[in-house]
Design a protein around this ligand. Structure first.
Ligand code: SF4
Length: 274
């Protein structure tokens, strides 16, 4: 059961700490997609909610419209600590209303989602001078997606949506993230989506202490055979070179195949949510 409420805010805009973007807009606080590794869960503390992450959703309400003078040709990302196309967006339409304002502002927008509800706004994307829609894939295997990202669209639905966007002339990207050691077959993600994707980004599984218990618990329940690997990579005092080697492998493959890809492992561009 999810608790839905509205929350007044002074502005929808946050100054971006993610390189490459000027502003981030998170239309909602909370995210019903309930990904097991969600890095945005720290938002719960700031929002004062006591429910589990995924069991509340605050709809932001701001009386002040976005200002064209402030946003003209700025790079705006939706979203970093929620999914702008969570299932309740269908009903509340806040992301859509914000996009309509961003068109007026002539902002450049970058959408990151795990939901095919994004296709609803295809008519708006076509009105931007600069627009990119990215889907994140932690795996090309939908049985893993069902376990790890229960509220997100399936792998095949996301792939079909990329095709639709690509055929409509919208620039697309795939964020291969987070990559789970021993589970996420990054080459499969590329093979599946390559005909419809302009560029890729890859990011590692983040195992900060706050998320460690949850993620290790998930691996223990569903992939116990991988526990020694996870212990080697994440639980030893001496850091391993696992991510360095993996990053080099991905980079080398993408160069060979002429695929535009960026590796964010350990960088300040690490994705902190969606
Ligand atoms: S990772 Fe993204 S889509 Fe998943 S619960 Fe967190 S904010 Fe939502």
């Amino acid at each position: 059961m999810i608790t839905i409420a509205s929350t007044p805010v002074k502005t929808y805009l946050s100054k971006s700490k993610i390189p490459g973007f000027d502003y981030v807009i998170n239309p909602y606080v909370g995210c019903p997609h309930k990904c097991v590794y969600c890095y945005a869960e720290y938002m719960r503390k700031f929002s004062g909610h006591t429910e589990e992450w995924g069991d509340f959703l605050d709809i932001k309400e701001c009386a002040v419209p976005l200002r064209p003078a402030q946003l003209f040709r700025t790079r705006v990302m939706l979203s970093s600590v929620t999914d702008p196309y969570n299932p309740y967006e269908q009903q509340y339409g806040l992301t859509r209303r914000l996009l309509q304002q961003l068109i007026v502002c002539q902002a450049h927008v970058y959408i990151l989602t795990k939901s095919t509800l994004v296709l609803r706004d295809l008519d708006l994307f076509k009105q931007f001078a600069e627009c990119e829609v990215a889907f994140s894939f932690s795996s090309a295997d939908d049985s893993f997606r069902q376990l790890a990202e229960p509220g997100a669209s399936s792998v095949s639905e996301k792939t079909d949506a990329l095709k639709t966007l690509h055929e409509a002339g919208i620039r697309t990207a795939v964020m291969g993230a987070p990559l789970f050691p021993g589970i996420s077959r990054w080459k499969d993600i590329i093979t599946l989506t390559r005909p419809y994707v302009n560029r890729y980004g890859f990011d590692s599984l983040n195992m900060r202490p706050a998320y460690q218990k949850k993620v290790i618990g998930f691996i223990t329940r569903h992939y116990p055979q991988l526990l020694p690997l996870y212990s080697d990579i994440f639980l030893q005092e001496e850091p391993t070179d696992y991510w360095k080697k993996l990053g080099e492998e991905i980079q080398s493959y993408c160069q060979q195949e002429n695929i535009r890809a960026e590796i964010y492992f350990g960088s300040s561009r690490s994705y902190s949510g969606n």
